[in-house]
Design a protein around this ligand. Structure first.
Ligand SMILES: *Cc1c(COP(=O)(O)O)cnc(C)c1O
Length: 535
């Protein structure tokens, strides 16, 4: 082929704009940035997604500090009606999905399927992102996968490569197999032919995070799309694992950072007949996340600092409006915003209260947290509530911003001084928030997980702590990392911030200049074409 292949990119969520509530977290942010990068740099990619009526949870905090979820129906006046629809047979009934086109965020054309139309009985399927019951999730994934391929046909789009961003789109592979079989191929030949056109990106280095379903449930829902039980099992095992299936029906797969590729290959080493997993490190869309004034002034320390302080003041104003808390622009401000799950250790810095209380008393440190948990995850809610409790205990120094979204993500990764990340290694797939921070001159203070080992030049463009050492026992790891965190915080971060502003600013310059190309979408898209689409 002497042109670039046309790619259909399948994803359950797209984070294009804060108020377009079609995303839950990092996966969606990546997909949104991918679409914008494709448009910006002229790559022939279209996106397929679902049009969520209620999106993901708006997770708020009550007066007494409890996390609760709320859902609203959203309407988007900027959607374009293609006038087309597709039909998918789900649980022995025809379900129709209308095809919307979204192209108003400087993004590549994105087609979103919507079951909330009059002629459907089952309008709920595209109601809430990552629905609550397994049947609901399967129905959603059938619309995305089977409906998505049919939408490409309905729209007359010529697609060479089907890219499954996460395993949710695996049923699209079943539809491609069915198309080949309908045109006369044997199952084996159809599988091989489909495989030539499918690639897969895995995002979840935690085994429990990889979705699976019983074979019976898939058959009952009709997700097999004509495949036999034996064929289903040979693709995804029993129970049917969506990631395993994706690894077996793709010609190539990738993880989202180099360390993550190592982890993923180990994690799936026992799976036969799967493709290799290479590493293509995530990246960000700079116009969305990075302040132009910061980017444009890396050669001028005074102006760079001024641009940073402008962003820091904007953050302080944002916090005042949202939470009524008055932060101090002269105090070192650490940001931490993450999905609330145990391995991310959100409250890690509070482990030795004396250390932080001493800094708070001397007014040397402010910390701003944000994060949401999955609505069904009680442990995650407890993590959020613990952070809220900390903000009540230290009201002048600790803030929790409720309902983490792109607006909060953007204000924080521009306006903090330091971006903290302390997951139990190696569980972070990539971590694009750290890239946003780095390019805004917000210095990363992070364990060597996700993308950070590829970027970190310790003491020059940010800091690592813990030296990437792994322990089998979580308590040992926690103790090791905690000592390392406090050593770097007290021994480097604070002294440089308060006593050597010149060096701090030169670290900001290094942070921006070492990341601005390597972690920008163009590099990522080039690698997807070279190492995944065109292999
Ligand atoms: C950037 C961003 C993410 C992804 O960041 P991680 O570092 O992977 O946590 C998630 N949510 C929001 C709202 C973001 O802006």
């Amino acid at each position: 082929m002497n042109r670039k292949p046309n790619v259909a990119y399948f994803c359950m969520e797209y984070g294009l704009e804060s108020s377009f509530k079609q995303y839950a977290g990092g996966l969606g942010i990546l997909a949104g940035d991918y679409m914008k990068g494709a448009r910006q740099h002229g790559f022939p990619i279209v996106g397929i997604g679902l049009m969520w009526k209620q999106g993901y949870t708006d997770q708020m905090i009550s007066e007494d500090g409890k996390a609760y979820d709320s859902y609203h129906n959203y309407k988007y006046p900027f959607l374009k009606d293609t006038g087309r629809e597709v039909c998918v047979r789900i649980r022995n009934a025809d379900v129709y999905a209308k095809i919307w086109k979204v192209d108003c965020f400087d993004n590549a054309d994105l087609y979103m399927l919507d079951t909330d139309i009059d002629k459907n009985d089952e309008r709920w399927i595209t109601g809430q992102l990552y629905g609550w019951f397994p049947e609901e999730r399967i129905a959603q994934e059938m619309i995305l996968g089977i409906g998505g391929v049919r939408a490409m046909r309905e729209l007359g789009l010529d697609i060479d490569i089907y890219h499954f961003n996460e395993g949710h789109a695996v049923f699209a592979g079943f539809e491609l197999i069915k198309e080949y079989m309908d045109s006369g191929y044997s199952y084996e030949d159809a599988l091989e032919a489909a495989k030539e056109r499918i690639v897969f990106t895995t995002h979840t280095p935690v085994i429990q995070g990889n979705e699976s379903h019983t074979i019976e449930r898939l058959m009952y829902m009709g997700a097999n799309n004509g495949l036999t039980i034996e064929q289903l099992v040979s693709i995804g095992d029993a129970p049917f694992n969506m990631t395993v299936a994706a690894l077996r029906i793709s010609k190539a797969a990738n993880a989202v950072a180099q360390l993550h590729a190592e982890t993923a290959n180990k994690m799936w080493a026992h799976i036969d007949n799967r493709c290799e997993i290479t590493g293509i490190t995530n990246a960000i869309h700079l116009p969305t996340w990075v302040d132009e004034e910061v980017l444009g002034n890396t050669d001028n320390p005074t102006r760079l600092w001024d641009a940073h302080m402008k962003n820091k003041r904007a953050l302080i104003e944002f916090v005042r409006e949202r939470n009524g808390v008055e932060l101090d622009e002269d105090v070192l401000t650490i940001g931490f915003a993450r999905r609330a799950v145990a391995y991310k250790r959100s409250n890690f810095i509070f482990t030795d209260r004396e250390v932080v209380e001493d800094l708070f008393r001397k007014n040397k440190l402010q910390i701003i947290f944000s994060g949401r948990s999955h609505p069904l995850d009680d442990n995650g809610k407890a993590i959020v509530e613990n952070l809220v409790a900390m903000s009540k205990e230290y009201p002048n120094n600790v803030v929790f911003l409720e309902n983490y979204d792109m607006t909060i993500g953007s204000v924080l990764t521009r306006g903090c001084d330091v971006w903290l990340n302390n997951p139990r290694r190696p569980k972070e797939a990539s971590g694009t928030s750290g890239m946003k921070a780095a390019m805004n001159g917000v210095l990363n203070l992070s364990v060597l997980d996700g993308w950070w080992p590829e970027a970190c030049d310790h003491g020059n463009n940010g800091w690592q702590f813990g030296d990437g050492i792994e322990f089998i026992d979580d308590r040992e790891l926690d103790a090791h990392d905690l000592k390392a965190l406090y050593d770097v915080l007290l021994g480097s971060v604070l002294p440089i911030y308060y006593e050597n502003r010149e060096r701090w600013i030169s670290m900001m310059q290094n942070s921006i200049d070492s990341c601005r190309e390597q972690f920008a979408v163009k590099r990522m898209l080039d690698e997807y074409y070279e190492n995944l689409y065109e292999v």
